[in-house]
Design a protein around this ligand. Structure first.
Ligand code: NAD
Ligand code: ZN
Length: 235
């Protein structure tokens, strides 16, 4: 087994499911009762801003009722104790990784607790509601939108992420369906660079065959077990 120094972890909605947040495409193909095209695209925001802002206002409000689970806490512990390189890339827009103690973290798809100004492009920490909400603190325009990367928009910090993935010795994907690109392609970059690859998911995902190893089960069980293993390797 190759010496493990650099770890990259990709997480998706499945890691927050046991905290009570719905995953993206439930069995009915909807996210919290909405069609993805109606709430997750720039066209939807232009067509019906009240619907889109209201949808994300509700998701933001829901954060107050949930807490990190054992999987988030285990990654927080790994971040504190792992002496090598580590990057946690989350597709989640919730703040449960932060509350679980993760520091080396990138929100590739944006975050609920941030606002993006359509007028000046500024991003700022945001709590509360955007419908009838405040103006942009930087430019004063009444133009705040959720700081969420919609379908068709460019994910955040791609260069940093791609560099980390191509330098990874170990790439681990947790609770993601492997259906949303470019994140779904990271495993192939990691493999091509010679990394060990591991998937932890409730069921085998669409991309399972790309991983050297796949373990199935709830994140709250699999992630703490894996963190114990990897920290034991560090000695
Ligand atoms: P997804 O819903 O497409 O896939 C979730 C995956 O998690 C599935 O493969 C499912 O089998 C697995 N899963 C469900 N419960 C699990 C558990 N307890 N333990 C382990 N795995 C479990 O989500 P995705 O792949 O993250 O992709 C879609 C997009 O949805 C992301 O871009 C994200 O921005 C957005 N999203 C975020 C949140 C959030 O922030 N919590 C919630 C919903 C959607
Ligand atoms: Zn502004």
């Amino acid at each position: 087994m190759r010496d493990t120094r650099n770890i990259v972890i990709l997480t998706g909605a499945g890691i927050s499911a046991e905290s009570g947040l719905a995953t993206f495409r439930g069995p009915d193909g909807l996210w919290e009762g909405y069609r993805v095209e109606d709430v997750c695209t720039p066209e939807a925001l232009r067509r019906d801003p009240e619907l889109v802002l209201g949808f994300y206002d509700a998701r933001r409000a829901a954060l107050g009722a949930v807490v990190p689970n054992a999987a988030h806490a285990a990654l927080g512990r790994l971040d504190a104790e792992w002496k090598g390189g580590l990057l946690i890339v989350t597709q989640n827009v919730d703040d449960l990784h932060e509350r679980g103690g993760a520091k080396r973290l990138i929100h590739i798809h944006g975050e609920l607790l941030s606002a993006l100004c359509r007028a000046c492009g500024g991003r700022e920490a945001f709590a509360g509601d955007m419908i009838d909400g405040p103006a942009c603190a930087s430019c004063g325009a009444d133009a705040l939108r959720p700081d969420i990367v919609f379908f068709g928009e460019i994910p955040y910090e791609m260069e940093t992420i791609q560099d980390a993935v191509s330098e990874a010795d170990l790439f681990v994907s947790i609770g993601t369906s492997g259906a949303v690109y470019p994140a779904a392609g990271f495993v192939r970059i990691a493999r091509a660079a010679g990394a060990e690859t591991l998937e932890l998911n409730l069921d085998p995902s669409e991309g399972s065959h790309w991983f050297g190893e796949s373990r199935t089960g709830p994140a709250s069980v699999l992630v703490p077990e894996w963190v114990d293993e990897v920290l034991a390797r560090q000695g």
